[in-house]
Design a protein. Structure first.
Length: 89
């Protein structure tokens, strides 16, 4: 999972793409990544527009607990799916 702060634009751009590139570069392969925007409960301070819903993109609030379990479930589902595909090859 790669996290960014919905109230701090620099954590999203260029921060987010740079972190993903760094992860893939250091591991020498592309692993599943789930992008998670934090502080969803702070709408008044939001500096990043909502990103269209995609399977690998979530907005969460640790304060309210909203969507906390969804990113982890999505990441686990992707890992299991890739493992099954590899076993069938």
């Amino acid at each position: 999972m790669v996290f960014f702060d919905l109230t701090r634009y620099p954590s999203f751009n260029p921060g987010l793409p740079n972190r993903i590139k760094e992860i893939w570069y250091n591991l020498k392969k592309r692993i599943p990544i789930v992008v998670v925007g934090t502080k969803k409960d702070m709408d008044l301070y939001r500096s990043i527009r909502p990103i269209p819903n995609e399977a690998s993109n979530f907005e969460i609030s640790a304060k309210t607990g909203e969507n906390i379990e969804k990113p982890l479930k999505a990441l686990l589902d992707e890992i299991i799916s890739r493992k099954r595909e590899a076993e069938n090859d």
